[in-house]
Ligand binder design. Structure first.
Ligand SMILES: Nc1nc2c(ncn2[C@@H]2O[C@H](COP(=O)(O)OP(=O)(O)O)[C@@H](O)[C@H]2O)c(=O)[nH]1
Ligand SMILES: [Mg+2]
Length: 364
């Protein structure tokens, strides 16, 4: 089945009836428990809700991208070199990343030649399909979180202001909702207010916070936390860190030290080192990722503020040009505005109008 058909079926095919659609999740979980709705109905509803969130969060990117593609098709009706160059510009301006854009347009050129496509509108769907194809290619890196049966330790790194603490709160909330016990370590001892901010999140989501006073050694805080988590039988420990990148040598030393104290307690930990990147900073986010990856091994990216940018192409660039999987995306400031990244949901969020349009055509 082609990607478009797959997405059509998943998101805009048969909608669950409105009665279910407008309910809150707590209400539905109760109904599921009481046997009033089936597990399939519940899961379908859940899928739609997630698709809806991606759609809302990616509104700016979608509108901009769609307008540009439509304009491109209106001004370039025939498939020629001019068209491909204009398309390259559109994609680069959407933060897709230079190498990825070149790969994409080269494949489109071949495809158009092979299929004898002369009108640009006939390439519209293929552009989207190629994007996801390129995203899914070389998928040797796992997008799943490396969760353990006993304690899972997650270290969260990234420069100031990208959304580390907020994302930690949101991720903690997800795991608490799944019934896991979660502990947070206030490893950003550098910035005034950072410890308190994490404590506020801990209180909100129901996670213990291990902290010391401002200015204390982050490795000491983390060491205390891993020990406490082991002792209390905690499922997930998430460690916040300070985001100073003005001196790579210092940062490397600090992160090494933190990792080493974690390993003293559990030699296989940390199980995840998540780098938080702010999608609104575009190519700068890519350079940050490169810099951090040189300092310490990054196992996944949390891409925040996708709702705040009109350049959603950054997701493709990160995966393709760095080879690090995006594991979570931030789609807003609220506690529930964080989703597990899924290429399908992302593409749906970015192109839903186009996908819905074609499904109407097919339904006729
Ligand atoms: N719109 C939006 N804002 C976010 C998102 N994630 C974080 N923020 C905001 O970014 C700002 C910095 O977040 P913070 O967690 O303190 O960053 P830190 O310095 O890396 O810990 C805060 O105002 C957050 O509310 C997101 O996904 N969307
Ligand atoms: Mg912080």
């Amino acid at each position: 089945m082609s990607l478009f058909n797959r997405l059509k079926k998943k998101f805009s095919g048969k909608h669950t009836d409105e009665e279910i659609e407008n309910k809150e999740s707590d209400e539905l979980i109760d109904e599921l428990d009481d046997g009033l709705i089936s597990l399939e109905e519940f899961e379908e509803w859940e899928q739609e809700q997630i698709g809806y969130k991606f759609r809302m969060g990616l509104e700016k990117s979608r509108e901009r991208f769609q307008a540009q593609i439509n304009q491109l098709m209106a001004t370039h009706r025939t498939v020629d070199e001019d068209f491909f160059e204009a398309l390259e510009e559109v994609l680069i301006s959407a933060d897709v990343g230079f190498n990825t854009v070149m790969e994409l347009t080269d494949e489109l050129r071949d495809y158009a030649k092979l299929k004898n496509i002369t009108e640009t509108v006939d390439l519209k769907e293929v552009i989207v399909e190629k994007m996801i194809e390129i995203y899914e290619r070389n998928n040797h890196i796992s997008e799943e979180m490396n969760m353990q049966d006993d304690l899972t330790v997650i270290l969260v790194v990234g420069v100031n202001g990208v959304g580390k603490t907020t994302s930690i709160g949101k991720i903690a909330h997800r795991y608490v909702k799944e019934g896991k016990s979660v502990m947070l370590a206030a490893g950003d001892t550098f910035r005034a207010g950072a410890i308190n901010q994490l404590q506020v999140w801990g209180d909100r989501v129901g996670a213990d916070v291990i902290k010391q006073s401002e200015g204390s050694d982050p490795a000491a805080v983390v060491f205390d936390a891993v020990n406490a988590a082991k002792r209390r039988g905690t499922d997930v420990l998430i460690c916040d860190t300070a985001g100073r990148l003005q001196n790579k040598g210092n940062l490397m030393k600090e992160l090494e030290k933190i990792k080493n104290v974690i390993k003293k307690v559990d030699e296989n930990a940390p199980h995840e080192v998540l780098l938080v990147l702010d999608a609104t900073t575009g190519q700068n986010a890519l350079s940050q990722a490169k810099a951090f990856n040189e300092v310490t091994e990054i196992t996944g990216i949390v891409l925040t503020k996708l709702d705040g940018t009109a350049k959603g192409g950054i997701v493709l660039a990160i995966k393709n040009e760095l080879g690090i999987p995006v594991k979570f995306v931030g789609l807003g400031e609220k506690i529930d505005d964080l989703e597990v990244f899924s290429a399908e949901n992302y593409v749906y969020g970015l192109f839903s109008d186009m996908i819905d349009e074609t499904s109407e055509e097919n339904d006729e």
